[in-house]
Design a protein around this ligand. Structure first.
Ligand SMILES: *[C@@H]1O[C@H](CO)[C@@H](O)[C@H](O)[C@H]1NC(C)=O
Ligand SMILES: *[C@@H]1O[C@H](CO)[C@@H](O)[C@H](O)[C@H]1NC(C)=O
Ligand SMILES: *[C@@H]1O[C@H](CO)[C@@H](O)[C@H](O)[C@H]1NC(C)=O
Ligand SMILES: *[C@@H]1O[C@H](CO)[C@@H](O)[C@H](O)[C@H]1NC(C)=O
Length: 324
């Protein structure tokens, strides 16, 4: 292999680089080294629905904070309805963003508006060589499809409170997410009912294939089928950006305990959740963003908020509430 500028070889990472010397083109992998062992990841909040509105105008389910903490990160709660300057400043301070699940419309909500701004910042940063990962869970996964396509291509799905296995695509092992996952864990996902689905919408392989932007941007890693047999993308990642989407809820296996919900709490299910948390947090360690002062960092971290017990009348054991 010809040594070249800009791309370094590594056995542990596979960001693809296309390097052309005269008429010879070589594709090989680029390694991005960890920049920090103290990663901080933002989680986007959303407007509180009925049962939560009495506690505060917007919320984040604490299970997302715990999910990131389980991977070795700390969390920052991101308010909606802020200025571009606010988001830019926060973006430059954190090492990744998680777009959580919820009940908003991706194309008509304060969650969607903030998500679009943060996504644009992440695209611009990565394009400029400033590594910055995004993770979308359920609604967050749907948001990723919306902002990448520039339009809402989601179909209605019938997948409420149900567990599904995932069906891996032929080349799923070429993805970064699954390149190193042990066969045992791949088999858990493929053969057991551990992915918890609770969504009104989903991206079908048909709409993905029809849309050039989506097709060129994301690799489909797996699909699942809803109660009516409709196939939807259950796991995806971007080819050239450290962006990941899961239509189901890995954070619930270890952190949500509503008795009326079908969440799978088996050892195998928890193993998968932990793998994904570890994976995403390791991506965040590759970002060099930091807060401009320790005081600013401490004020932003979730530790300066107190989660409230909401397990009696909502699907979340605990939630954080923000004043915006
Ligand atoms: C954000 O702004 C929108 C539009 O002004 C408003 O409807 C909403 O209540 C605000 N707050 C949240 C948390 O969305
Ligand atoms: C494709 O997207 C449209 C929205 O633009 C949606 O109404 C339709 O159900 C989707 N079709 C499939 C097969 O996903
Ligand atoms: C998963 O659950 C469905 C019912 O929702 C059942 O029909 C199916 O056999 C289960 N699959 C596995 C692998 O347990
Ligand atoms: C959870 O998954 C385990 C296997 O990991 C399976 O034995 C069990 O039936 C599942 N629980 C539910 C509620 O589907």
């Amino acid at each position: 292999m010809i040594p070249t500028r800009g791309c370094r070889m590594s056995p542990i990472s596979n960001y693809k680089c296309l390097v052309c010397v005269a008429v010879v083109c070589v594709v090989f992998t680029e390694s991005i080294e960890a920049q920090t062992t103290r990663p901080i990841i933002g989680i986007l909040s959303q407007k509180s629905y009925d049962q939560l509105a009495k506690y505060g105008p917007s919320y984040i389910a604490a299970s997302y904070v715990k999910f990131l903490e389980s991977g070795g990160a700390r969390a920052v709660l991101i308010p909606v309805n802020q200025t571009n300057d606010y988001y830019t400043n926060l973006f430059n301070s954190i090492n990744g963003i998680l777009f959580p699940g919820g009940t908003q419309y991706v194309d008509d909500s304060s969650y969607g508006t903030a998500g679009q701004i943060l996504y644009n910042l992440a695209i611009k940063a990565n394009d400029g060589g400033d590594f910055f990962p995004l993770w979308g869970t359920c609604l967050g996964h749907e948001l990723l499809t919306y902002v990448t396509a520039g339009k809402n291509l989601l179909a209605n799905t019938n997948a409420h409170d149900v567990l599904y296995p995932v069906h891996f695509t032929k080349d799923f092992r070429s993805s970064r997410l699954f390149r190193l996952m042990p066969d045992k864990m791949v088999n858990i996902l493929a053969n057991q009912n551990i992915t918890y689905n609770h969504h009104r919408f989903g991206l079908t392989p048909q709409n993905y294939t029809k849309n050039e932007k989506l097709r060129n941007f994301y690799q489909i890693i797996s699909t699942s089928k809803d109660e009516d047999g409709l196939e939807f993308i259950s796991i995806m990642e971007a080819y050239k950006y450290p962006f990941y989407g899961v239509q189901w809820h890995p954070e619930k296996n270890n952190f949500e305990w509503m008795r009326t919900q079908n969440v799978n709490h088996s050892e195998d299910a928890v193993l998968i959740s932990e793998y994904l948390a570890n994976f995403f947090v390791e991506e965040a360690r590759k970002s060099s963003h930091k807060f401009s002062s320790t005081a600013e960092e401490l004020a932003a971290l979730s530790y300066s908020y107190t989660p409230i017990y909401t397990g009696k009348n909502t699907n979340f054991q605990q939630c954080y509430f923000l004043s915006d």
